[in-house]
Write a protein that binds this ligand. Structure first.
Ligand SMILES: [Zn+2]
Ligand SMILES: [Zn+2]
Length: 379
């Protein structure tokens, strides 16, 4: 298996605690890869950067970021190679940073006139991966619910592939595909409703949008669990045996498209484009957060907002939690519909209940379409 090979190639038997050169090695390799990818985007912007993002880039800030990543990769690489016996992580990071510099670094000029058209969207993948890892990895390392799980737990490479698959392919599946979709508000909108909502204070409009979106999500999510044909697709999301921020991105594209479509359709009836955009940013951050391996509680908030432990109960394979907690933002929506389950502890097991699905990305993508009905039924 590729994952085993990666672990063997980069890993060793030494401790991974602070001061052992492990994290500096990881950071060096991570920053090196990001800076190398960033420089590639500067060289081939037409092919690699997302047309929707190009117009909005503070290009100077991006160049400074690439420069910082190069310097960071070298510095962390030096620290790691001093502290750790196995130097492969440090070397990888430093080599990528040197390659990025040799290719012109952050000062590569963009001379072509860019036009819309198919693009791979490597820029969005790198930026989102960087931001999400920056927010969630420290939280999970500092206050984990399951400290033994680690950042590079079983099947982490599979979830990176899922993260990539929703970001890279020509934006067909990424959340950016929804940017042009929000333009449809012009055609779908009901003017009386739009005017009524637009008169409310911004925050109230936003709150109302989250409520509408979560009620819509509740019903499509319920259908994904109860309709055997739809469950085949959603089972992929539930196949994670350990949850963390990146496990949240394990989702079949049919599942993703259905959920997003169901959420967006009612929003488009009455909400402005800026509110829908704000919601899309909020749902990306909040949905990722609810999958986190993060232990601390905030009892006063848990009644009103879905916290990691709440969504973890949705992912359990223990009987008492099956088909519970469908809401992704507000627990009280489950209370209203009778699917609320929130004991004062964490689940002990995650994943599918007695069902097996392939651990391979391509098979997970194809099999829901081809599976025979009896295998698809959830027990
Ligand atoms: Zn579910
Ligand atoms: Zn989930």
């Amino acid at each position: 298996m590729i994952e085993q090979k990666i672990n063997e190639f980069f890993g060793d038997a030494e401790s991974t605690g602070f001061g052992t050169g492990w994290w500096s090695g990881i950071l060096s390799a991570f920053f090196g890869s990001l800076s190398f990818g960033g420089v590639l985007c500067l060289h081939f912007p037409q092919l690699l950067s997302s047309p929707e993002l190009r117009l909005h880039y503070p290009i100077h800030t991006m160049r400074v970021l690439i420069q910082c990543l190069i310097v960071g990769a070298i510095l962390f690489g030096i620290i790691s190679s001093i502290l750790r016996k196995k130097k492969i992580l440090a070397l990888t990071g430093m080599l990528l940073a040197i390659a990025a510099t040799a290719l012109g670094g952050s000062s590569v000029q963009i001379n072509d006139t860019l036009h819309d058209g198919p693009a791979i969207g490597l820029d969005w993948f790198l930026l989102d991966l960087f931001l999400m890892a920056l927010i969630y990895v420290p939280l999970e390392r500092l206050w984990p619910q399951y400290p033994k799980q680690g950042t590079f737990r079983n099947e982490w490479t599979l979830d990176v592939v899922y993260f990539m698959s929703t970001h890279l392919p020509l934006q067909i599946l990424s959340f950016l595909v929804l940017l042009p979709a929000t333009q449809a508000t012009k055609y779908l909108g009901v003017p009386v409703l739009q005017e009524f909502i637009a008169r409310m204070p911004w925050f109230l409009q936003f709150f109302l949008a989250v409520v509408v979106a979560d009620i819509a999500e509740y019903f499509i999510h319920l259908a994904l669990h109860k309709v055997p044909f739809l469950w085949r697709f959603h089972a992929v999301h539930h196949s994670s045996k350990a949850l963390d921020w990146i496990a949240g991105s394990r989702s079949h594209f049919v599942d993703d498209t259905l959920v997003r479509g169901f959420i967006l359709a009612p929003l488009m009836l009455g909400f402005s484009q800026s509110i829908i955009m704000a919601y899309l940013i909020f749902v990306t951050i909040h949905a990722t957060w609810t999958h986190c391996n993060f232990g601390p509680h905030a009892k006063w908030l848990e009644k009103y907002l879905v916290m990691p432990r709440y969504h973890h109960w949705h992912h359990t394979s223990q009987n008492e939690g099956i088909d519970k907690n469908f809401a992704i933002h507000f627990p009280w929506i489950d209370k209203i519909f009778g699917t609320y389950y929130y004991p004062d502890k964490w689940p002990e097991r995650y994943g599918l209940d007695g069902e097996e699905i392939s651990p391979n990305f391509f098979r997970q993508t194809i099999e829901p379409f081809t599976k025979k009905k009896k295998n698809a039924l959830k027990i």
